[in-house]
Write a protein that binds this ligand. Structure first.
Ligand code: PLP
Length: 430
């Protein structure tokens, strides 16, 4: 008997992709928002963290550098990235981030942190190897761990603990299969900035269990507190630490897909692993060449001063954050302290029983034309279903209007829930 071949019959997606998809951020909500926009509905987007999309300009010197080098950028770059760009990153780490031993050969460039995170996890993990990831945290790290057939071990960072990890319970989560500890600082989505004592504690756990540190510091310059950023690597000179950063956030150039990973380690430590990273990087030939030409200009002193001004009073990031928190404080059902870093607020919503921010975010988009991210997208902790992540990048009037609509929807849900008017069901708005 001849078997009938049906086209597409075998196109079943890999199981590990489905596992990774559970942690996805650009889910159906973002797609729906885009469709509504295309249909002409004005949407206030407090969803994705893209400063360029909110009209925050990049320094003209960086754009000039890009325009001038566009012809040079036609060819493949080295797999590790252009030497001039790697030199600029190494210099940045040596002079501004107090890591005096970093050289260009410790720096690898890629198409954003997103590509480098996958590449470096792929080079590390065998099936079943465990990775400790912050919960809540940026879901890419859990997604990629799953994609590499690794096992995600979330470490809770509850609001009751200032969105910081409980170091004792973290230590108990590490076992014989644990290979790496992911740290995100400042933290997306909570906006927390972890202090040096917390970082020291994390390093001690990694030291005790022989873990590789993966430190995602893409928001390192976006801080609203006076103390300077402390790179995790500076506290872990005896460990292999990979520090991730790039041009997507403070430099306002996410479309360039320009990121770096810097490996710091005592001499000889991690040699075989870093060689594996290099061979994987060579397989994809090299990162996008154009974006690399922006790196020296973006890390120059004037561009960094220009970027720092955004977080100071009067700067766009400062203003949007202030507007968000003033508006949040006016809504009786929302509660959140201003974030110390990043451009995200993570308020807790006083939702009627049985409602989660998953449903809330969908109704918010459909009924109030506001896109915001439900807390469940950032971790597995059940409590997260009452939080909403709001990007504080939009102009203050838009941010304020979006948060008022959140308050309105909340009031409507309570009215539906109790069958009474908001006036009797809920405290009055001040
Ligand atoms: N890491 C964190 C914590 C992020 O929030 C994001 C983007 O939002 C990324 C990495 C992605 O960075 P990139 O644009 O360099 O891929």
């Amino acid at each position: 008997m001849t078997s009938v071949v049906r086209p597409g019959r075998d196109a079943r997606p890999a199981r590990r992709v489905a596992a990774a998809g559970r942690h996805g951020l650009r889910g159906t909500l973002t797609d729906e928002a885009r469709e509504l926009s295309v249909d002409g509905r004005p949407i206030i987007d407090l969803g994705l963290g893209d400063p360029a999309a909110h009209g925050i300009p990049a320094p003209p010197s960086v754009l000039t550098a890009l325009h001038e080098r566009i012809d040079d950028a036609r060819g493949y770059s080295d797999a590790a990235g252009h030497l001039t760009a790697r030199t600029a990153v190494a210099e940045h780490f040596r002079t501004r981030l107090a890591l005096p031993r970093i050289t260009p050969s410790d720096v690898r460039l890629g198409n954003g942190v997103s590509e480098l995170a996958l590449l470096t996890l792929q080079a590390l993990l065998d099936p079943g190897d465990e990775v400790l990831v912050p919960d809540p945290g940026y879901p890419m790290w859990a997604a990629y761990t799953s994609l590499c057939a690794g096992s995600v071990v979330p470490y809770p960072c509850p609001e009751a603990n200032g969105w910081r990890p409980d170091l004792d319970s973290l230590s108990r989560l590490a076992g014989p299969r644990t290979r790496a500890l992911v740290v995100i600082n400042p933290v997306n989505p909570t906006g927390a900035v972890w202090p040096p004592e917390t970082l020291d504690g994390l390093v001690a756990v990694a030291r005790r269990h022989g873990l590789v540190l993966f430190s995602d510091e893409i928001y390192d310059g976006i801080r609203f507190v006076p103390d300077p950023h402390v790179p995790l690597a500076a506290l872990a000179p005896d460990l292999l630490c990979l520090t991730f950063g790039g041009l997507s956030k403070l430099s306002r150039l996410p479309g360039l897909r320009a990121g770096w990973v810097v490996a710091s380690h005592p001499p000889g430590v991690g040699r075989a692993y870093l060689a594996a990273v290099a061979s994987l990087a060579a397989l994809r030939l090299g990162p996008n060449s154009v974006g690399q030409y922006a790196i020296p200009a973006a890390l120059s002193a004037p561009a960094l001063r220009d970027a720092a001004a955004l977080t100071e009073p009067g700067g766009a990031l400062h203003q949007s954050r202030s507007a968000a928190h003033t508006a949040i404080d006016r809504q009786p059902g929302l509660r959140c302290a201003p974030q110390d870093g990043t451009f995200y607020a993570f308020p807790r919503l006083d939702l009627p029983p049985g409602t989660t921010t998953n449903e809330f975010a969908r109704r918010l988009l459909r009924e109030k034309s506001v896109l915001a991210m439900p807390g469940q997208q950032f971790g597995s902790h059940s409590d997260l279903s009452t939080y909403l992540r709001l990007t504080t990048l939009a102009p203050p009037t838009q941010t304020t209007s979006a948060i008022e609509r959140i308050g309105d929807l909340l009031a409507e849900l309570w009215t539906d829930h109790t069958g009474r008017s908001e006036a009797t069901a809920r405290p009055k708005r001040s």
